[in-house]
Ligand binder design. Structure first.
Ligand code: KG4
Ligand code: ZN
Length: 335
């Protein structure tokens, strides 16, 4: 069978990325131009600035993806592009670029759900991974526990009722003046702290697979304020470790419960928070007792990148999905 070459484009938040894949799982190039340094100054992503930065870099990023893969536009069989969820203006830059290329080259356009992209990052790393399995999607914008029944077929078991897990990391880091994005900073500091130092609440909720992080966030903020009021020293490393432990414990126990209840032997982690070293360690350790295997992508495929979009797009493409020039950005797109 002839190889299928995918050109993928991702621009939903603060990374402009383009990738070339062969047959969905072989990454020939994955170019990521991050805007983190720009947004750091503002303590978070500024949507208007993000759109402008995407416009500035998209051409170059796509060209670099082709050059690195040693390919030309004529070698591409189809285009995969994120059309949601994400920031409207940011999404539109990648989507418009993808549409223009698909139209000019006269090749199929396939819209990809960004969250589905995060899950698919696991297919790239684990060549033998096939549905069905359980996935825990933990990113800056999403926290979902999902049953992957087949390629592109998902059943949501639970989701966050308020903050996403990555958002909680970012907000706590910001409250402690640690910078953006907060996840990697807290992860690093937590290694130096005592995770038993402060007893923060764990929201296990009655809805068994749903999550909530706003109570924990308030508890940490209250703790920090009380310390400041009393002029007491805040041991940032202990706060980071204790907060992180509360998040990781709830994420791990609910994911494992879902796998046990539904009789699955594999849980795949996805999204930026899947970079967290403590989450990787704790869930792997807890899962081992039950004979459950934990899979996760390498760091570069956990955070936003076009390779994961290309992989999800490839499976949609071979399953017959085709989009036309009316495809619009859907900022609130659900999985
Ligand atoms: O998946 P992603 O790149 O973007 C979204 O689709 O949201 O995730 C970004 C999120 C940020 O909230 C960031 O703080 C978090 O992932 N993150 C981490 C770590 N690395 C990135 N959170 C915890 N520990 C980490 N090591
Ligand atoms: Zn993402």
């Amino acid at each position: 069978m002839k190889d299928v070459i995918t050109l993928a484009i991702e621009s939903s938040c603060d990374e402009t990325s383009a990738a070339i894949l062969k047959n969905g799982r072989e990454v020939l190039s994955n170019i990521i131009s991050t805007q983190i340094e720009t947004h750091k100054k503002f303590g978070g992503v500024v949507p208007e600035v993000a759109s402008r930065k995407h416009i500035e870099s998209i051409d170059e990023v796509v060209q670099e993806a082709l050059d690195t893969a040693n390919m030309d536009f004529k070698d591409i069989d189809h285009i995969a592009v994120t059309y949601g969820p994400g920031l409207a203006g940011a999404l539109l830059v990648g989507l418009s670029h993808a549409k223009a290329l698909a139209y000019t080259l006269d090749i199929p356009l396939v819209g990809v759900n960004h969250i589905e992209g995060h899950v698919s990052a696991n297919y790239i790393e684990h060549r033998d991974l096939k549905p069905p399995f359980i996935t825990l999607i933990v990113s800056g914008g999403h926290t979902h526990l999902v049953e992957v029944k087949d390629y592109g077929v998902y059943e949501i078991l639970g989701r966050t009722r308020d903050d996403a897990s990555g958002e909680a990391f970012d907000k706590i880091a910001r409250a402690m003046g640690l910078g953006y994005p907060g996840g990697p900073i807290i992860d690093r500091l937590a290694k130096l702290g005592n995770k038993y130092a402060i007893e923060f609440p764990r929201a296990h909720m009655d809805e068994e697979y749903d999550f909530s992080f706003s109570g924990l966030k308030s508890a940490v903020l209250n703790y920090l304020n009380a310390k400041k009021m009393k002029n007491e020293e805040i041991i940032v490393e202990d706060v980071a470790a204790s907060f992180q432990e509360a998040v990781v414990e709830v994420l791990s126990s609910k994911a494992i419960k879902a796998a046990l209840d539904k009789n699955y032997k594999t849980i795949a982690l996805a999204g930026g928070v899947a970079c967290n070293s403590s989450l990787r360690e704790k869930i792997t350790e807890m899962a081992k007792e039950h004979g459950i295997e934990i899979k996760y992508p390498p760091l570069v495929l956990c955070t936003d990148n076009a390779a994961m979009i290309g992989c999800a797009g490839y499976y949609s493409y071979i399953n017959g999905r085709r989009d036309d020039m009316s495809l619009n950005a859907v900022p609130g797109l659900k999985i």
